[in-house]
Design a protein around this ligand. Structure first.
Ligand code: PEP
Ligand code: MG
Length: 755
């Protein structure tokens, strides 16, 4: 039975469309379970009916015509009970219903199994036997397993509109997909699908079936990659510095030279298939470059690897990844990388729809700072079928509308208009101070990490400085570690743009979900692994280079603050401080006019919450990273869609932890800032105001609304609310409390479905 099951599942998974998958199931089930009839009914949610969609044994013309109302017949009973119904004499059951259209005779043996996904009954898989038959446990288990497989295929088809097409037999179908709010705003545009690059190392050797075809496929892929690279360089020419652009020319040249192409063709001619031949050639070249003395040339190994992956991606897909951006592009993908954001020319990106991640994923955070709406964690996103489709991404509610009707489009255009009116209203308070009605000043800083275009944005004149510059973002957008001078230029630009306002540069925080392609780390548990300061301390050459660049960037401006991420123990902080002193001494020796900047640490690991006293004596201030603190306190992966509803930043434990940090730090005379997403969430800001934090740092797009909150509520009022919140046990009740207060204060428009 197991073997049969495996074969059927394989067939179902490779079926081109849902109807085909259903037909395979009923045919194989009839033969393998040895029954007279096998059928699948699907739920039509519009009409609340169960519709016969595939059958072996009943008359084919009944397909689509037999429609049972909710709870009707034995099929309806399976749906209602949400469990298998196994009867040896169906006609004697009170729910039995005779259906003429199927050509049904009184079948006695009946086994119906619900098809369930995420707690929703999508349909029923039914087998029937003319004579009396009680199906045994193994047969029941067999059908339950198949039904679970079918549930995946059906959900996928539902997401792509196929079910609606099957049920309604129409072509123009609107589909709504559910995800999580990622970045606020409503985007209306066209889907540009991006795919992850293929994994070259996993390719095995295989005998080429037809050498000429393999060579042709390979050459076509090489041409396509060259076109992509030229295209990419053209698009980025306005927003990338010349030295970055030169990289694309270098890659195109590498492909133009004979070595990679020629050697791969030779390997194919010797009998290997194209992907295997490519893997071997790339591996050989990578080895040669990695063994080179010159550091620059050594780094070219990663370019070669990247080229290999790009060629393989083209060879593996019938439809190579699209590089077409639309005037209003919504980037769609299984897992969109920060680098892929850069593939859309400036000004054309309006939205992001990702199958994975949540509002605290880095792509979402970046989207927030770019003012681009994002919907994350859209389970069963049928990426392969979305290229070019019209879409609406509602980043407030986490909804995605594919091919929306005129009515829906109109409604969202109206919403967009309302939104810009709100933005206009917010602009009016831009020049006013961030101060509560009872006179408490709450400086509002910006979170950023972008290298180009955003620095000129007018929104940057609003903040009181930069509270968190994520230096890993420029690192992520490169093909190799940036050197000291390159980093110096980058940091200097930011420090200059904001001077005399302070700029907090956080040292490299890679690891976890921020992996550098040129510094791969493979771990089973990356969020608990080699991350943030742990990597910096293990790599003095990277850490010192970065510290030197930061210190040099501040010469003459003196508006730098250094922030250390992921401190979990005092000795890490001591070591980091030693490196800062070392970098200072080196630079002083070299005659640079450097001054020791204020240094702070992120409180984002629970252990740090309990060591504030020891840490406070070593630093100038604390910045609470509520994104990681929430994930580590609640043991909820911040990027895992499945547990996203458990990721609640207004959880009583999170509030208690922040309270403990603020109270203890204030007792010791050290200020506390919050730079996680909570600082940009209006309801959470009310809580933070009550908790007594001294400043907030958030993405530019959140800043105006947060200022509105600060200007609307007295700290004393926030403290009273906090006392109530701290008495509560349920995070949802706490959020409701704060949302209610925002609404009463006339700030209902700011209430969001956040966690
Ligand atoms: C945080 O963890 O809250 C934070 C601000 O850092 P990041 O989101 O970059 O991990
Ligand atoms: Mg963090």
């Amino acid at each position: 039975m197991l073997d049969i099951l495996r074969r059927i599942i394989q067939e179902v998974n490779s079926a081109n469309d849902l109807q085909h998958a259903l037909d395979i199931i009923v045919e194989r089930v009839r033969v393998n379970v040895g029954v007279d009839v096998a059928s699948v009914y699907l739920t039509d949610p519009e009409n609340n009916q169960h519709v016969l969609m595939a059958t072996q044994g009943f008359r084919k013309d009944a397909i689509g015509k037999v429609r049972l109302n909710q709870g009707e017949g034995l099929v309806g009973m399976v749906v209602t009970r949400e469990e298998p119904v196994n009867l040896d004499d169906a006609p004697s059951h009170p729910n039995y219903q005779f259906i003429v259209e199927t050509g049904e005779q009184p079948y006695h043996g009946f086994l119906g199994v619900p098809i369930i996904q995420h707690g929703k009954v999508l349909g029923v898989l039914v087998v029937r036997q003319r004579v009396s038959r009680k199906f045994d446990d193994e047969e029941e288990a067999f059908l339950v397993t198949l039904a679970a497989q079918l549930a995946g295929a059906i959900t996928h088809a539902g997401a792509s509109g196929e079910i609606a097409r099957l049920l309604e037999a129409t072509d123009e179908v609107s589909v709504t997909l559910k995800g999580l709010p990622g970045a606020p705003g409503v985007a209306i545009g066209q889907a540009m699908v991006v795919y992850p690059l293929a994994n070259l190392d996993a390719i095995p050797d295989r005998k080429a079936a037809d050498i000429e075809t393999e060579i042709r496929t390979f050459n076509e892929a090489v041409d396509a990659v060259q076109d992509d690279l030229r295209d990419y360089a053209n698009r980025m020419s306005g927003s990338l510095p010349a030295e970055e652009l030169a990289l694309f020319d270098a890659l195109v040249m590498m492909l133009g030279s004979d070595s990679i192409v020629g050697e791969t063709v030779e390997r194919i001619q010797a009998g290997n298939w194209a992907p295997g031949a490519l893997r071997a050639t790339i591996a050989e070249h990578v080895q040669v470059f990695e063994a080179m003395e010159d550091a620059y040339l050594r780094e070219r190994a990663s370019d070669i690897r990247d080229l290999g992956r790009r060629i393989l991606t083209h060879m593996q897909s019938d439809r190579p990844p699209s590089r077409t951006a639309y005037i209003r592009t919504i980037l769609v993908g299984e897992d969109i990388s920060v680098g892929q954001l850069a593939e859309v020319p400036a000004g054309m990106l309006v939205g992001i729809v990702s199958a994975s991640g949540s509002s605290s994923s880095h792509v979402a955070i970046l989207a927030q700072s770019m003012g681009v709406s994002a919907v994350m964690g859209v389970a069963d996103l049928p990426v392969n079928r979305l290229e070019g489709q019209t879409m609406i991404a509602d980043g407030y509610r986490g909804d995605v509308y594919v091919n929306p009707s005129m009515l829906v489009r109109k409604e969202f255009l109206r919403l967009q208009a309302e939104e810009s009116a709100l933005t206009e209203g917010l602009k009016k308070i831009a020049a006013q101070p961030s101060q509560t009605p009872d006179g408490v000043s709450m400086p509002l800083y910006l979170n950023t990490g972008l290298v180009f275009s955003d620095i000129e944005s007018p929104v940057y004149s609003q903040g009181d400085g930069v509270g968190l510059y994520r230096t890993e973002i420029p690192f992520l957008m490169r093909e190799q570690f940036p050197g000291e001078n390159e980093q110096l230029r980058l940091y200097r630009k930011t420090l200059e743009a904001f001077a005399p306002r302070p700029v907090t540069l956080r040292t490299l925080d890679v690891g976890g979900d921020k992996m550098l392609s040129y510094f791969p780390v493979k771990e089973d548990n990356p969020f608990l692994g080699w991350r943030g300061i742990r990597i910096s301390l293990d790599h003095p050459e990277i850490f010192l280079t970065q510290l030197r660049a930061m210190l040099r960037a501040s010469v003459g401006l003196d508006n730098l603050t250094i922030l250390l991420p992921m401190i979990s123990t005092v000795s890490e902080l001591d070591m980091a401080m030693t490196f800062i002193s070392k970098a200072m001494l080196e630079l002083v020796d070299e005659g640079e006019e450097v001054h020791r900047p204020p240094v702070g640490i992120m409180i984002e690991v629970p252990s740090a919450v309990y060591q504030v006293k020891a840490l406070a004596s070593r630093v100038d201030y604390f910045s609470i990273g509520t994104n990681d603190l929430t994930q580590y306190l609640l043991a909820v992966d911040r990027n895992n869609t499945r547990v996203a509803s458990l990721y609640q930043s207004l959880h009583p434990s999170v509030l208690q932890a922040i309270k403990q940090v603020v109270d203890e730090a204030h007792r010791l005379g050290k200020p506390v800032s919050v730079c996680g997403e909570m600082a940009g969430d209006p309801a959470a800001v009310l809580a933070l105001l009550g908790l007594g934090v001294d400043s907030l740092s958030m993405s530019a797009s959140s800043l105006p609304r947060i200022k509105w909150v600060i200007r609307s509520f007295a700290r004393s009022e926030a403290q009273e609310l906090l006392a109530q919140a701290l008495e509560m046990e349920d995070p949802r009740a706490i959020r409701e409390l704060y949302n209610g207060v925002l609404e009463q204060g006339g700030l209902g428009g700011l209430v969001r479905a956040g966690n």
